[in-house]
Write a new protein. Structure first.
Length: 450
């Protein structure tokens, strides 16, 4: 194929690597973080720096292929046919400015490195729950974190980017120099430009305090109601997640949780102890385990339970405008049905607070959305997919009456597009911004068809 000869010639000019189909390591390199998603790009590149990026952009233009920036492989949604994947590992700068409360971070850096750098400083990052997710992919896709009620979405905290344009220019962009581009980058960064570094606001957190309450599954309905009622008056310094777990009865699990179902309420404050705020939640059922005290983002990241290695998985998310009694009852009835066993966990996140008043304009927003939910369906080798498909569809059906008009890109599932994240006028605006930023359509269309 002609494009392969062009790419093969280009890779001899790189300091980094470009793997092509037929190379020994290609099949491993093309895989995203979620191994359940198949990707079939025409190449996988790890540029060593800006010169390599410029070479790759030129080669893509000459070969008639596109470029898909995929820093760590999270967020993969399609097969990327006709694209060269860029892994940005070499862009690993990390500069913390405690005086201004900002961090400059390369697009290959993962959140764990930022969390470690901030330990004990009195500042935290608007980081996701997983320390192995890239800062760039998360932030440019919206990004909901433990601190979103306090500081907004990850994209709300994006001050500036350094971006390579299709003509080879590499420049700093902020709201003063190009407000329309920044609006698009805050949520749709992956389809707008090749970002090499980001400047992000940090979150002041003089006293990080955490609490965790675990209840039997029989108390789940009452517990969810209690947290729902707490949301009406909770200060923006308080962030609350709930997790409903149904553990399979398999010998690989510890005996104390094997075959058990329970619900856990996790709360985090940036402003010290808050035990009094959880009194109503504590009275909602029998607390089987309670832990509270001073904590830190490093501790939170270490105990997140997120996979640290690529793994197959499936799930479905829902953004809700409300969480009334009828919706809670229907969800609990659905959860208790034996044939819904494929859903191992349901994550429920309280929104509001700073999310209702974003500090900067962007495509990604959770204004008017009260709750985020995600149902996790593990993938076991050789197991049929149909039961999981049915459970995910049932989960969406149960929540349909309360589903919000929009969600954020980082909560989209495979095959879902950015049209799910904004009204038609905003999508039209995004297409215009992309046409200006990428007039030759060198970037893969991603979640926004051309």
């Amino acid at each position: 194929m002609a494009h392969l000869s062009v790419l093969d010639a280009a890779r001899r000019a790189l300091r980094g690597t470009l793997l092509l189909p037929g190379d020994e390591a290609f099949d491993r390199a093309r895989r995203p973080w979620n191994l359940a998603i198949e990707q079939h790009p025409v190449g996988v590149a790890v540029p060593a720096g800006l010169d390599d990026l410029r070479t790759l952009v030129g080669a893509a233009r000459d070969a008639g292929v596109t470029i898909a920036v995929q820093p760590s492989g999270h967020g993969a949604s399609g097969d990327l046919s006709g694209a060269v994947i860029l892994r940005m590992t070499a862009f690993d700068e990390l500069e913390v400015d405690l005086e201004s409360g900002t961090v400059r971070v390369g697009s290959g850096v993962r959140w764990g490195a930022v969390v470690e750098a901030l330990e004990g400083t009195g500042w935290v990052a608007p980081a996701g729950t997983s320390p192995v997710v890239s800062v760039a992919g998360y932030t440019l896709g919206g990004g909901h974190s433990w601190f979103s009620r306090t500081a907004g979405l990850g994209s709300d905290n994006l001050r500036a980017v350094w971006m390579l344009r299709s003509d080879g220019a590499h420049e700093r962009v902020d709201d003063d120099s190009d407000p329309e581009l920044m609006w698009a980058l805050r949520g749709a960064g992956g389809v707008i430009g090749i970002v090499t570094a980001l400047e992000i606001d940090l979150v002041p957190a003089p006293a990080v305090w955490g609490a965790e309450l675990t209840f039997d599954a029989s108390d789940a309905g009452a517990v969810v109601r209690a947290v729902r009622d707490l949301a009406a008056d909770a200060p923006s310094s308080l962030n609350v997640f709930m997790n409903s777990m149904r553990m399979p009865d398999v010998p690989q699990l510890p005996e104390e949780i094997r075959g058990r179902s329970f619900i856990t309420v996790q709360a985090l404050s940036t402003n010290g102890a808050f035990d009094d705020l959880l009194e109503g939640v504590s009275r909602a059922g029998t607390v089987r385990r309670s832990v509270s005290g001073a904590t830190s983002p490093r501790t939170i990241a270490a105990s997140s339970g997120e996979p640290t290695d690529p793994t197959p998985g499936r799930g479905v998310s829902a953004a809700l405008s409300s969480l009334d009694d009828e919706t809670i009852d229907e969800l609990m009835r659905f959860r208790e049905q034996p044939d819904q066993w494929p859903i191992m966990g349901i994550d429920i996140r309280m929104l509001g607070g700073a999310l209702e008043n974003p500090r900067r304009a962007g495509l990604a927003t959770l204004q008017g959305v009260d709750w985020l939910m995600h149902a996790l369906v593990p993938v076991f080798p050789g197991a049929p997919s149909e039961p999981g498909d049915a459970s995910m569809a049932g989960f969406s059906d149960v929540l349909a009456r309360a589903t919000a008009p929009h969600t954020i890109p980082t909560f989209l599932g495979p095959g879902q597009t950015l049209e799910r994240c904004a009204e038609a006028a905003s999508i039209d605006r995004l297409r215009r911004a992309r046409a200006l930023a990428d007039p030759e359509a060198l970037l893969h269309e991603g979640r926004l068809s051309r």
